[in-house]
Write a protein that binds this ligand. Structure first.
Ligand code: HEC
Length: 163
């Protein structure tokens, strides 16, 4: 009898846990910036930069319309050379950022996300992107650590007062 009661209780706990796990998506999401970033990436970036950040084929050759194909963000390209502040501006301002850098007349294929993504969403999506190259090595260190060093002098901007 006792054993049956225990089994019944355990079954009940398991079913409850499973039901909770299924319905608890948002709870998991808010505490996991990489998970949140992955979702933002899938919805806003994967169409051009590839499902896994692999970029478009022949990304170094200009398209017939003068734009560049989307480069890989998975560590195969040079994304990890840029500090957090630069990556942030590239996503927020899109091609306008490159113009700001003196590349006037350059025809960019990178949209601006300043009206689509919040400050925190831009940071989350870049946290996801940086996590794609966490184990890749370069000159005896990881690309992730190399980028973290560059970011010391080029950090993410502070959160705006309100969005
Ligand atoms: C419509 C296609 C398109 C979409 C959508 C897009 N990108 Fe891009 N992205 C590009 C292109 C093309 C470039 C190359 C630079 C240029 O043309 O301005 C680029 C460049 C970049 C760079 C600079 C990469 C480097 O190695 O210097 C980053 C970072 C980046 N994109 C992140 C993102 C993120 C994050 C998203 C989603 C929030 C996104 N992009 C959505 C097309 C796109």
């Amino acid at each position: 009898m006792l054993r049956r009661t225990i089994t019944a209780i355990l079954t009940c706990v398991c079913v409850t846990t499973a039901a909770f796990a299924c319905g608890s998506d948002p709870v998991v999401e808010t505490s996991d910036p990489i998970g949140r970033g992955q979702r933002i990436y899938a919805e806003n970036c994967a169409g051009c930069h590839g499902l896994n950040g692999e970029g478009q084929p022949h990304w170094q050759s200009t398209n017939p319309d003068g734009t560049l194909p989307a480069p890989p963000l998975n560590g195969d390209g040079h994304t990890w050379h840029h500090g957090d502040g630069t990556l942030y501006k590239q996503v927020k301002l899109g091609g306008a950022y490159l113009e700001e850098q003196g590349l006037a007349g350059f025809k960019s294929g990178m949209p601006a996300f300043e009206d689509t993504l919040t400050h925190q969403e831009i940071i989350d999506v870049l946290t996801y992107v940086k996590n794609l190259w966490r184990d890749q090595e370069i000159h005896g260190t990881t690309k992730r650590d190399a980028q973290a060093m560059v970011s010391e002098n080029d950090p993410f901007p502070a959160a705006p007062d309100r969005e």
